[in-house]
Design a binder for this molecule. Sequence first.
Ligand SMILES: Nc1ncnc2c1ncn2[C@@H]1O[C@H](COP(=O)(O)OP(=O)(O)OP(=O)(O)O)[C@@H](O)[C@H]1O
Length: 249
Amino acid sequence: MSLLTIESVSQHFGSLVAVDSVSLAVEPGELRAVIGPNGAGKTTFFNLISGFFAPTSGRIMFDGRDITTLAPHKRVAMGMARTFQITEIFPELTVRENLRIPVEIALGLRLRPWLGKSANVRIKERVAELAELGGLSEKVDRLVGELSHGDQRSTEIMMSLALKPRLLLLDEPTAGMGDQETYNITRLIRKLHRSQKLTIVLIEHDMRVIFHLADRIMVLAEGAVLAEGTPDEIAASEKVQAAYLGKAA
Ligand SMILES: Nc1ncnc2c1ncn2[C@@H]1O[C@H](COP(=O)(O)OP(=O)(O)OP(=O)(O)O)[C@@H](O)[C@H]1O
């Protein structure tokens, strides 16, 4: 059974059709990319998956359950995590302190007035494990606000992972990054996908990232699915090339 199934979903804003009857099935363990020129409807599509809007029409199923109108926090509770284009971390806290927040939530220990020794040990171990996996072990005591954009993004991704999501939605994970940082984040995402068998849907502008990572790619243009296939098929598609060059496909 697919983990996420989108059936003919549309989103209208007045007379504008931002997402036009889009369908998608994401299998467990798959890394699926959604690409498209500016204004193609990618962010709106992500907002529909994470529940920021209910679609004008269509149906969204997650883990066999109809979540079309389910509130975002209930989707998170079902195992859907999302990172944003704007980094959502606490810059005035250290990496360790940032990671500790979702770890405590995941262990059901957040905001307890008093934590026993064994609870503290469990939290510390999990924070250390996440820092290691995210390549952040040497930076755990640094303030996040002082880190590079790439390390901040890694921290944010590891915070999402602390919640043990079954689906991770990544919204332009390398936005605003230079070549080295883009490479590092791409490697981290690939490592998480492979080692944790994490199911990931990502929106990305940077084609190098997409072609290195994705099992399959869906291309949106003017709200509709223009093409779907493996990276090789998408790279060879004349329709896709035309859409990116701004010509009529
Ligand atoms: N809340 C909204 N109200 C009205 N129109 C909207 C809203 N959100 C998006 N749109 C419009 O829907 C269309 C698709 O926008 P969307 O942001 O989803 O595209 P995108 O592919 O993510 O673009 P980009 O790559 O530039 O981020 C655009 O024409 C946009 O102006």
